[in-house]
Each structure stands twice: as C-alpha cells, then as structure tokens.
Design a protein around this ligand. Sequence first.
Ligand SMILES: [Zn+2]
Length: 336
Amino acid sequence: MSAGRYSRQERFAGLGAAGQEKLSRARVAVVGLGALGTVVAGSLCRAGVGFLRLIDRDYVELSNLPRQTLFTEDDAREETPKAVAAARRLAAVNSGAALEPVVADVNAGNIERLIGDVDLALDGSDNFEIRYLLNEACHKLARPWIYSGALGAEGGTMNILPGGPCLRCLAPVVPAPGSYPTCATSGVLNMVTGVVALYEAVEAVKILTGSPAVSRSYLSVDLWRGTERRARIERNPDCPVCGRGEYEFLTRGRDTYGVSLCGQEAVQIVPGTPAELDLPALAAELSHVGAVKLTPFMLSFDGPVSFRLFPDGRAMIRKVTTVAAAKSVYAEYIGL
Ligand SMILES: [Zn+2]
C-alpha cells in the first residue's frame, strides 16, 4: 500500500508507527456480521488490521440496511451471504487486508478452528448461545475476546481477557432462548449499535497493540437518556468457566439441530455432520415444484414451502416458527 495511508493514525501518540505495524500483523475473527459486526469489521479493516475472518450464517435482507453498514440494496436483492458481501465491500476499501469470509453457523463443532489462529475474537452476534460458546472457547484457548450487545437505545461492551473475569462472571445465569428481549421484539437504533461497535473497535486496537489503556470495566450506554456508566466486574472464584474450567456449551452434542432466527419467521437447521450437497442437481429436481434460484453460495426455493440452502447442508426454513415444522420441511424437500 502507498506510503502515508495510515499517517493520521501513526501521528496519534497512543498508536505511533510501532502500533500501526502491530495492527498490520494482527489477526482477528468477527463472529456475526450484523449491526455491531459490520461496524467493527469496517473500522478495523480501515484502520489497517492485517487479517479479518468474517463469519456469518445469514444472507442480506432489506431490514438489515438501516444498521449494517457494509451492505447495499443490491446485496439484499441478490440475497448475498453477509460474509461474502462484507468481504467484497472491505476488499474494495482496503486491498491490503487479508479477508476470509466464512458462511457458517458458529457452533461447538467449529468454533475452536475459527478462533484458534487469531489474536482476538470480536462478538458481533445477536444471541447468548453464541456468546457463551465464544466465552468458553476463548477461555480454553486463552484468547481475548470482546463482548458487545445493543437493544433499543442501550448497549454494553466488555473486554474478556485471559486471567480476568469472563462473560459468565458478568452474567452467571444463562438466559433461556426466547426469555430475553431481542432486536426483533424491542427494536434497535443504528446510533447505539454504531457507538457500541466503535467502543468495541477501539478496545480491539488497544488489545492488539498491547496498550496499557485497555479497559478493565463493563461499559454501558443509554443514548436516549444520554448516560454512560462503567462498572468494575470482579472474577467469581466459583465461576464454572474461568473458575472451574467447565465448558457446558463447548461440550454439547453435535446432532442435527434447529434454531429460531432472531427477527425472522424462520428456523435454521444445521446437520450434525456437514454435508457436501450437489446444489445444481437438487435445483433441477426442485424446479418441478417451485421457483428455484441458484448462486455460487446458496440455493433459494420458493414453492409450497420456502427455504435457503447452503452447500454444507445448512438451511434456513422460512415461514415456520417451530423447529419441528422446519425439520419436517427439511426432511421432505432436502432429506435428513
Ligand atoms: Zn468467569
């Protein structure tokens, strides 16, 4: 890249040329490319982080565009997987960055591989299941990660550093799926996801460059009221994760499972063993019963039922609300 690209950052005393050099060698994984993940990934890529693994299971929809800064209406029209669309956009912004899009559901079967070779993992997810899994995998591998979340006009973020308090110390009781408000039920403003994501990004820069200014507290903001609080979280010696090393989420079975998707009338089905589907052959068969669209990343089917199918056998079954209904669509049209 041309000399001087990062001159404004190098002149900033907290970073300097040495800090910029560290960023160019840094490797991060962004888990989830929604409102938080796209802003974090965009900020770090522009700032010169050398390698970004961009992980998301979903594809772009119009309702994403108010908050998710790396996507366009074309991406929504073409139902481009978010990881692919994000990598395309960021490659155009910074051709010097190494970008690895990963279209996958993050689960116990792949998380250690996805974060095992990075310096830092960043939470851009929208659910606690993935966050607790990330918490356990990062503790096991002694990787730092940054938690973040936003809802309405409120949000929070905290650095989870090896040896320090973990997410389970901050939130000991694991919320049951469906028991907590989500962006789909309570709404969210793009200003709050932007603010929280940029707090997350600046902490990422501090961690990656070894700055002594790394935050040791939990930060929460309420932009509507205009308040900001910092709370010191203590390590819980009885914490199952960082106290006793028990990994409840990481050791769960890997059978085929289904999850309702936040904000959509849809259920995702993930096969226990990843498949290698012949999507063109399946498309030819399905074209007798409904409308089929095939891209290099995904098969879309709209007929008596509606779904999006990925080459690894993962499917988003639309217009269903229960896992059982989604599994029966999967069995009938794709085959379990
Ligand atoms: Zn803990």
